[in-house]
Design a protein around this ligand. Structure first.
Ligand SMILES: CC(C)(COP(=O)(O)OP(=O)(O)OC[C@H]1O[C@@H](n2cnc3c(N)ncnc32)[C@H](O)[C@@H]1OP(=O)(O)O)[C@@H](O)C(=O)NCCC(=O)NCCS
Length: 158
C-alpha cells in the first residue's frame, strides 16, 4: 500500500508500524478493556507472515487500526476506532482495505468474531456482506460474553 499526502482533516490509510504501538495500546485499553491485546501480541502479529495491519491517521493522530490474517479464509483479527472519530467511515475504510488485501491473496471468504451483545459492530459487518454463521460460547472469557461468528464470501478480484 502506498502512502499519499492528504489535505487537513482528511484520513490517511497506511500500514500499521511498530512505532504506532504506544498509541494503539492506549486505544486498545480504552476500546477493549480487559480484552485488550498486549504489546507483545501486536509485535508478534506485525512480524507474522500473511498479515495485513492498517492504521487510519487524521492530521497526524492515529484514530483507528485493524488487522487480518490472510489465507483462503481470511480472518479479521481486530478493528477499532477512537470514540471521538467514530461514524465517519474510518472502520469502513479499514475493513474495505482488509477485504481487498484478502482478495489479492486469493481469499474466497473472510470470518470474524464479534461480541454477541454489541449490535454496533455487527451492523458495520452486515454492511460489508458478513452474515452470522455461529456462536462461540464464552469467547470473551473475562467478561463471560459470547461471540457471534460472522462470515462473508469474497468475490475474486476482476
Ligand atoms: C465498531 C467500530 C470499529 C466502528 O467504527 P466507525 O469508524 O465508527 O464505523 P463507520 O463509521 O465505518 O460505520 C459504518 C457503518 O457501520 C454501522 N455502525 C458503526 N458503528 C455503529 C454503532 N455503534 N451502532 C450502529 N451502527 C453502527 C453504521 O451502519 C455505520 O454507518 P452510518 O454511520 O452511516 O450509520 C467502533 O465503534 C469501535 O471501535 N468500537 C469499539 C471496538 C469494537 O467493538 N470493535 C469491533 C470488534 S469486533
Amino acid at each position: 500500500m502506498t502512502e499519499q499526502a492528504t489535505a487537513a482533516g482528511e484520513p490517511l490509510l497506511r500500514p500499521l508500524r511498530q512505532d504506532d504501538l504506544d498509541r494503539v495500546l492506549q486505544l486498545e485499553l480504552e476500546l477493549f478493556g480487559s480484552g485488550a491485546w498486549t504489546h507483545g501480541m501486536f509485535v508478534e502479529e506485525l512480524r507474522a507472515p500473511h498479515r495485513c495491519y492498517l492504521a487510519v491517521e487524521v492530521d497526524g493522530e492515529l484514530v483507528g487500526y485493524a488487522g487480518a490474517n490472510l489465507g483462503e479464509e481470511s480472518h479479521v483479527m481486530t478493528i477499532g476506532v477512537a470514540p471521538h472519530a467514530r461514524r465517519r467511515g474510518y472502520a469502513s475504510r479499514l475493513l474495505s482495505a482488509l477485504m481487498t488485501e484478502a482478495r489479492r491473496h486469493g481469499a474466497t471468504s473472510m470470518v470474524l468474531e464479534v461480541r454477541a451483545d454489541d449490535d454496533g459492530p455487527q451492523q458495520l459487518y452486515r454492511r460489508f456482506g458478513f452474515e452470522p454463521i455461529g456462536i462461540r460460547r464464552n469467547y470473551y472469557q473475562l467478561e463471560g460474553v459470547d461471540a457471534l461468528v460472522m462470515r462473508a464470501e469474497l468475490a475474486p478480484l476482476g
